[in-house]
Ligand binder design. Structure first.
Ligand SMILES: Nc1ncnc2c1ncn2[C@@H]1O[C@H](COP(=O)(O)OP(=O)(O)OP(=O)(O)O)[C@@H](O)[C@H]1O
Ligand SMILES: [Mg+2]
Length: 239
């Protein structure tokens, strides 16, 4: 039995995120319990407004829950200082957003380098990391270009390179293919699958079932609550 006990990378215990607007209460996350282990590829699905991005922001330490405990790598995120949280966001988690979030006035190189600037890594080492990361997404020749000189798919690949640069334990992607045509979206998805095959933990948020079916495990949210959590094969059988 003992060897089966391992610490989850992510453990959410009774997580609530409640917004109050006057008399109205929105329970964006309404008692979420979830464990995700290192090496998993999880799709979080649910209708618009079901609470997916709210959950992603909590998992990414970008937002704090109203109530509940979030353990990341066995450590209580709720007890971390602002500095520790910033370090986690920069080094432990790689973010990929629907709208790439690249900074328009920085070159592709500088965009990918950004999370490394906080790490205290020296310039040469940073250069090595950035070029290695750009190499993984096949865009080393664009290092001196600016984001608006790249196609949508290329910009999303830069944002993936940025997410990978810090060698994160976890990659969080919120609708990463949402702004892309289906062929380019497919390429980005295949790339995420490859990263998972190489051992990276991936959480992808999507409202598109054809994308969710590419993950290994699916978690479905409805009105802030998990109403399905299981193997992708079991999910495929119920949709
Ligand atoms: N800052 C906020 N203030 C008030 N209500 C909010 C806030 N952020 C989110 N909500 C509400 O919480 C609920 C969940 O929102 P969330 O963004 O998590 O949904 P989602 O599942 O990501 O939807 P989508 O698929 O459209 O991106 C919604 O009803 C939303 O209106
Ligand atoms: Mg959302």
């Amino acid at each position: 039995m003992e060897e089966n006990i391992k610490t989850p990378l992510i453990e959410l215990k009774d997580i609530y995120k409640i917004y109050t607007m006057g008399d109205e209460e929105v329970r964006a996350n309404d008692g979420i319990n979830l464990k995700i282990y290192s090496g998993e590829f999880v799709a979080i699905v649910g209708k618009s407004g079901s609470g997916k991005s709210t959950l992603m922001n909590i998992i990414g330490a970008l937002d704090v829950p109203t109530d509940g405990t979030y353990m990341l790598g066995g450590e209580d995120v709720g007890e971390m200082s602002d500095n520790e949280l910033a370090e986690i966001r920069n080094m432990m988690i790689g973010f990929i957003f629907q709208q790439y979030n690249l900074l328009p006035k920085l070159t592709i190189f500088e965009n990918v380098e950004l999370p490394l600037l906080y790490s205290g890594m020296d310039r040469l080492r940073r250069r090595e990391r950035v070029m290695e990361s750009l190499g993984r997404v096949g865009l080393t020749e664009k290092e001196k270009n600016y984001p608006n000189q790249l196609s949508g798919g290329q910009q999303q690949r830069v944002s993936i390179a940025r997410a990978l640069a810090g060698n994160p334990s976890l990659i969080l992607a919120d609708e990463p293919t949402g702004a892309l045509d289906s062929k380019t979206g497919r390429e980005v998805l295949d790339f995420l699958k490859k990263l998972n095959d190489e051992g990276n933990t991936i959480i992808i948020i999507t409202h598109d079932n054809s994308i969710a079916l590419e993950a290994k495990r699916v978690v479905r949210i409805h009105d802030g609550k998990i109403n399905f959590d299981g193997d992708v094969k079991d999910y495929a059988a119920i949709i």
